[in-house]
Design a protein around this ligand. Structure first.
Ligand SMILES: Cc1cc2nc3c(=O)[nH]c(=O)nc-3n(C[C@H](O)[C@H](O)[C@H](O)COP(=O)(O)OP(=O)(O)OC[C@H]3O[C@@H](n4cnc5c(N)ncnc54)[C@H](O)[C@@H]3O)c2cc1C
Length: 364
């Protein structure tokens, strides 16, 4: 068995892992980043919207697809609210590749088709299966950037995160479109349906809570048929995808000894919108700098400070979103779910979502 040593071992090369590897390597650390995928970012499991503050990460080749200006939120009554929602639609595989290449340029070693097989936290060694055989990697900091079903967490016996399920089709768009469409109703319990434009195509998808509804195909097919009939999209399905979204809020601990959780593995994805790319990049960059202080400056409080920073930034909004989900789930498949008011309280486009009166109602 080959054994190699590194300052930082990053498991997962999605946005969180790529950003962490780049930040740690830029600080001069030896970084090895592994991903079980053979082709970075593929298959895409994303609706591919990023908020404007991430624009600097959308400059790589083939990343930017189009700009988005607004959000149309559709309520059960048919009422439509349009809000400003500026952002970018990206090619998510190209986005992930650009981050990983930035890490490589900063000196990180990337190992593709390299899957985590085990972790012995007592001796700081992780076993990784690679096409060339198994390798033991001795690390000083281990980063779990391995998504909603974190293998690192599982290896260490930590609780799995609560997740919602999604299904998405990429379909032809019949005319250019610059808003994101959101459908809020009881047909998508524990989630919502979306249409995100991407040039000549659009990502049409939905998320549901599997504890309430197990069938994602029938409601997605029905929405697709409805949009085809309205002449908005073509009937052809160009690509099918889906995946899990953490919806239970932040993991109990993000820093345990010399282990850190980032991105979806940390539970930083927004439990109402499902947006997680920005939090993945921000947590990855922050953890990379904290790893540098831990390794280079022997600062034993650095990883705990990373956790404190993430809690300052994300704990309150995530807790609000978890409470809103709980309230929405409580009324699913009841007459109340056909009224607009609970959906207004449960969606970020409406002032009720942010009101403390709604908070008190959720807690009741
Ligand atoms: C259908 C869908 C649509 C979404 N749309 C949006 C959107 O429009 N905007 C938005 O902001 N967010 C969206 N999200 C959420 C967003 O995709 C995630 O929040 C984001 O990908 C989190 O990044 P990450 O790096 O933490 O995890 P991931 O992107 O999941 O990356 C984890 C990586 O770890 C690797 N890995 C896992 N296990 C192992 C292992 N054992 N060994 C080695 N490697 C491993 C995986 O191969 C993967 O590459 C969507 C999610 C889904 C499912």
């Amino acid at each position: 068995m080959t054994t190699i040593s590194t300052d930082v071992l990053v498991v997962g090369l999605g946005p969180a892992g790529g950003a962490m590897a780049a930040a740690a390597a830029a600080c001069g650390l030896k970084v090895i980043a592994i991903d079980r995928k053979k082709a970075l970012g593929e298959p895409v499991q994303c609706a591919e919207f990023i908020p404007l503050p991430l624009a600097s990460h959308a400059r790589g080749p083939g990343v930017l697809q189009q700009r988005v200006t607004g959000m149309k939120s559709m309520l059960p009554s048919g009422a439509v609210t349009t809000s400003a929602f500026p952002g970018l639609m990206v090619d998510r595989a190209a986005f992930d590749r650009a981050l990983a290449h930035e890490a490589q340029r900063a000196g990180a070693e990337l190992v593709l088709a390299g899957a985590l097989r085990g972790v012995d936290a007592a001796i700081n060694v992780a076993r990784v299966a690679t096409p060339a055989g198994d390798v033991d990697i001795r690390y000083r900091v281990l980063a779990a950037a391995d998504g909603p079903h974190s293998a690192v967490a599982r290896e260490l016996g930590l609780a799995p995160l609560t997740t919602a399920s999604t299904r998405q089709y990429t379909v032809p768009l019949t005319r250019p479109y610059h808003d994101t469409d959101i459908w809020l109703c009881d047909a998508y319990p524990g989630g919502y349906a979306w249409l995100f434009p991407k040039g000549a195509r659009a990502n049409l998808g939905l998320g549901v809570d599997l504890r309430i509804e197990r069938d994602l195909k029938a409601p997605l097919d029905a929405l697709h048929r409805q949009l085809v009939a309205a002449g908005r999209v073509g009937s052809e399905i160009l690509f099918r995808t889906g995946g899990a979204i953490p919806v239970g809020g932040m993991r109990e601990r993000l820093a345990i000894g010399n282990l850190v959780f980032v991105g979806d593995a940390a539970g930083l994805t927004h439990p109402i919108t499902g947006a997680g790319i920005a939090a993945a990049v921000i947590s990855g960059e922050c953890a990379g700098r904290a790893a540098a202080r831990h390794v280079r400056d022997d600062d034993r409080g650095a990883l705990a400070e990373f956790e404190a920073e993430m809690r300052d930034q994300y704990e309150a909004p995530l807790a609000r979103a978890v409470a809103r989900r709980r309230e929405l789930n409580r009324i699913r498949h009841t007459p109340a779910a056909h009224e607009d008011a609970p959906h207004r309280r449960g969606w970020i486009a409406f002032p009720e979502y942010f009101s403390d009166a709604a908070e008190a109602l959720c807690a009741a």
